[in-house]
Design a protein around this ligand. Structure first.
Ligand code: ADP
Ligand code: MG
Length: 893
């Protein structure tokens, strides 16, 4: 029969059409998420302020009150911390008179509060503090878990004075009126959220929920930064899609049949909730009725019957539709239903009615699948995943009463979102249990947050703290420069005998050594008219040599030089050599430097107190290497300043933030009490790493800093350096993580043997973990290498710890620099100083936020200085050659 075929065809959506629906839904969801388009969006994507899914440890007693269509349900839920496998639930249902849903708002809330009081009376009126969750299935503008303004009533409710008001407050006042002052409304939620929460099993979270009941709705865990209507920017937040309104702007008009149009026109809200009217149980019977009516009018159904009965609204119930398609006796059910309407169906009529019912229900399930596929695609994209494995909680009469519904949902979703593997999990009493779990998770997270904040508080420095550090650094600088005070100063302020930055006329070929960090390098540097050219070799200094005898160390250095000269074919030449030696030295001349102490993991014996140039010359003699002409020893800070100074004459500061940290700058000779002469300037190697070794920073140090310091080979020394530089940041983070694990705040408190290993958490991990927008699963991958199983929340917390530690490092570094630039400005009597800092060090260069934080804080602490940062390229090598070049220029007449 062509008419029946036409009707069936109109109600059948091919896969391509479903694909289009999915794409449009995705678009509508994006509109709802964006701040700019949210107001006009049909799919509202309302933030719920639920930022975490359960992990199974939730426990405690929770009170829930659920407002339903015609009743109020109160529940007492006890969670046992057993993965939410067997929560204990007691509940009571109170019928609600219809006039309450249409009357004054106050009456409605008084009624709900009375239900709560009666329920509690039945339980012996417990008097301890009771958290209450309010399940309120209407569209709300939520600004917190317990702050929600009703946007508009629906589902036949129309109480006055509620729209635009905070319904949590209204309920709380009503509860207080009942003298239930120990009952606190701590969360409001939609029924979708409850379903999602109950379907998390054990440690497997459920991150999407669908409701297919009289109406339809869904929610899912979105990336918080994409939920622009909420302030949260990190982590995830559950979004209530309110997808029932999808299509209210006409996005579905090309799939609507005349039957759908009739259903809409006869409804109480024409033009609204167009998606819900295709999917929701409230409407399926009606769609079938209109299809049958049309066919009967065309005289292909119920010939000979009086069909006026089909013109009355709601004569065919969705329940009947489901029975008609549900089982073998479906056709019999069809006959019964039709006869009950006073029709006289033929066998063929019954068959056709059954077909119509089937396509209407299948279409509803397929549309639901298109919506679900849109959610899944969105999740997959925003999490930067190629594949998504996800649990989807489902609830609602419609879903439960017809097995085909779930089958279609599953298979069509698979076709429309092939990159996602979906497990549908039917929820048992989602709303009640879910509400309890929401509260339990919120309570757990709030407690956890307090503990984390408490633990990290000492690492978070205020502006006042930083100003104090700046002032202390300034004081220590003065002490270090003073002739009498220098010997006992913690910041040594060592003269370098470098009295000027390069002027660009330096020429020649030089050897350079760079010792004092992760790598030992030998270089040959050609300073020519067209720039500086160099080549270099990296040599390893084994720890045994670093921490062995001085003789062995310097022998090793000479061997490396000889190897280099051989490789570079430089054995026949005697080139002037600049030695970058990045440890604190008392310099007595440009080529005479007495080692004051080792730092950064070095401890070779018989070196402290000796002139390192002399040690190098002695080793050369031992090795019978005769062509060595050391003309200058420089600190790496000085080398960095010099090499940047070659490009920018304003560069009068050198800064290193690598394995260690240090700085140098051009000081007025008249202020340098430790060197004769008052004319001009000299570069001062601050050796600021030792700042605080006299105890002046003790109140900044945290327990974690103490633990790191204790395990170093120079405990109690280089205290400022140990707050800032690459050798230590990873260790600080590691100790904080251990402490978080111990306090059960991380990795579920499971012991992490590998995390006990010193230096296992490298500073370079901070750089990776802190990259903006780095998907948290990449953080998980880093942690997995350390055999740490990190949940999403764990990853967030690890990132927060890294951020806290690196921010503090950058801010402290800025406080030190602020003292330097302010002193230079005052030295020169300037209101405003413009100066450039030459910087080197892998931490500074590679960390995604360090330089930005450093510069921002510096600007804040030294507002009268305009400071430019210039990264040095190979500063230590180039700089040593430039110092040598300047020295040679001076030496030659
Ligand atoms: P040095 O200071 O020894 O001359 P570098 O400036 O190269 O050498 O600094 C090396 C240090 O930088 C390492 O000890 C390590 O702590 C740190 N580091 C290495 N890679 C990174 C990275 N990607 N991000 C931050 N720090 C790093
Ligand atoms: Mg270096």
């Amino acid at each position: 029969c062509p008419q029946v075929q036409r009707a069936l065809l109109a109600l059948t959506l091919p896969l391509e059409t479903l694909q289009v629906v999915k794409d449009r839904m995705l678009q509508a969801m994006r509109q709802g998420l964006s701040r700019q388009t949210h107001a006009q969006a049909n799919v509202r994507m309302l933030p719920t302020y639920i930022c975490s899914t359960p992990n199974g440890t939730e426990k405690g007693d929770y009170l829930v009150v659920e407002l339903c269509q015609s009743h109020v349900r109160t529940l007492w839920v006890t969670l046992l911390g057993d993965g939410n496998q067997s929560p204990q639930v007691m509940f009571k249902t109170f019928n609600m008179p219809v006039d309450i849903t249409q009357g004054k708002g106050e009456m409605l809330f008084d009624f709900i509060a009375q239900c709560v009081r009666q329920f509690l009376a039945g339980l012996g009126s417990p008097q301890h503090r009771l958290p209450l969750g309010f399940v309120f299935p209407f569209s709300c503008k939520q600004t917190g878990l317990n702050k929600a303004e009703l946007i508009s009533w629906s589902k036949g409710f129309s109480c006055s004075d509620v729209e635009g008001k905070d319904v949590v407050q209204l309920l709380q006042s009503a509860i207080n009126k009942q003298e239930l002052n120990h009952v606190h409304v701590i969360a409001l939620m939609n029924n979708t959220v409850g379903t999602m929460m109950t379907c998390s099993m054990g440690e497997k979270p459920c991150e999407v929920a669908l409701i297919m009941d009289t109406g339809t709705n869904s929610c899912f865990m979105a990336e918080a930064h994409q939920v622009e209507m909420a302030e949260e920017t990190s982590g995830r937040m559950c979004v209530n899609t309110e997808w029932g309104c999808f299509g209210d702007d006409g996005a579905l008009s090309d799939i609507l049949t005349p039957y759908d149009q009739h259903v809409d026109q006869e409804s109480s809200n024409p033009g609204q909730k167009r998606f819900e009217k295709l999917v929701g149980g409230q409407y399926l019977g009606e769609i079938v009725r209109h299809a049958l009516t049309a066919l009967a009018v065309e005289k292909v159904l119920f010939i000979g019957s009086n069909i006026t009965v089909l013109r009355s609204k709601d004569v065919l119930k969705t329940q009947q539709v489901l029975e008609i398609i549900n089982n073998e006796e479906g056709r019999e059910k069809a006959r019964e239903a039709l006869v009950a309407l006073g029709l006289q169906p033929s066998e063929r009529d019954c068959c056709r009615v059954q077909q119509i019912c089937r396509v209407v229900v299948s279409r509803a399930a397929a549309l639901c699948a298109a919506g679900l596929a849109a959610i899944l695609s969105h999740m997959c994209q925003s999490r930067e995943l190629e594949q998504l494995v996800v649990n989807v909680g489902v609830d609602g009469h419609l879903y439960r009463s017809h097995a085909r519904f779930g089958e279609i949902l599953q298979s069509v979703t698979g076709l429309l979102a092939p990159q996602c593997t979906v497990t549908l999990t039917p929820s048992a009493d989602g709303t009640g249990r879910g509400a309890a779990i929401v509260m339990a998770v919120a309570t757990r997270l709030a407690a956890q947050r307090r503990e984390v904040d408490q633990l990290l508080a000492p690492l978070r420095l205020s502006r006042t703290d930083l100003q104090r550090v700046q002032a202390l650094m300034r004081r220590e600088m003065e002490l270090g420069l003073g002739r009498e005070t220098n010997a006992n100063a913690s910041v040594r302020m060592l003269p370098t005998y470098v009295c000027g930055t390069p002027d660009g006329t330096e020429r020649g070929e030089f050897l350079a050594l760079d010792l004092g960090g992760t790598n030992f390098r030998v270089l040959v540097v050609h300073v020519a008219e067209d720039g500086i050219h160099m080549s270099s070799e990296i040599y390893v200094i084994p720890t045994a040599i670093m921490q062995g005898t001085g003789e062995a160390l310097f022998n090793h250095i000479i061997e490396c030089i000889m190897d280099f000269q051989l490789k570079q074919d430089l054995m026949e030449q005697v080139l002037p050599l600049g030695f970058t030696f990045s440890f604190p030295c008392q310099q007595l001349g440009l080529d005479k430097a007495v080692l004051l102490s080792w730092t950064k993991g070095f401890s070779a014996s018989d070196c402290v107190g000796e002139d390192v140039v002399q040690l190098l010359r002695e080793a050369a003699q031992r090795k019978q290497h005769l062509g060595l002409k050391v003309v200058a020893v420089v600190n790496d800070t000085v080398g960095t300043m010099m090499s940047c100074g070659y490009d920018d004459p304003k560069c009068e500061i050198g800064l290193i933030v690598g394995t260690g940290t240090n700085a140098c700058y051009m000081e007025e000779m008249r202020n340098v009490g430790t060197v004769e002469g008052d004319q001009g300037r000299m570069c001062i190697n601050m050796e600021w790493g030792a700042f605080g070794d006299n105890g002046c920073l003790d109140d900044i140090f945290t327990i974690f800093d103490q633990l790191v310091d204790e395990k170093t080979i120079n405990a109690g020394k280089q205290r400022f350096e140990k707050l800032i530089s690459g050798m230590y940041l990873g260790e600080i983070v590691r100790h904080i993580l251990l402490s978080l694990v111990e306090k059960q705040l991380l990795f579920c408190g499971k012991p992490c043997p590998k995390l006990q290993t010193r230096d296992i958490f490298q500073t370079k991990f901070l750089s990776t973990i802190e990259i903006d927008g780095l998907a948290l699963r990449q953080v998980q991958a880093i942690l997995q290498d350390l055999e740490l199983q990190a949940s999403f929340e764990d990853s967030m917390l690890v990132r927060e710890v890294c951020q806290t530690v690196s921010l503090r490092a950058a801010q402290l570094c800025a406080a030190g620099l602020a003292a330097v630039v302010e002193k230079m400005r005052e030295n020169r009597g300037l209101a405003q100083l413009a100066v450039t800092v030459g910087v080197d060090g892998t931490l500074y260069k590679m960390h995604p936020r360090f330089s930005q934080h450093l510069q921002q804080t510096l600007q804040d602490l030294a507002p009268n200085c305009s400071v430019t940062f210039l990264q040095s390229e190979d500063g230590s090598g180039k700089g040593a050659a430039l110092v040598a070049a300047v020295a040679c220029r001076g030496a030659e007449p």
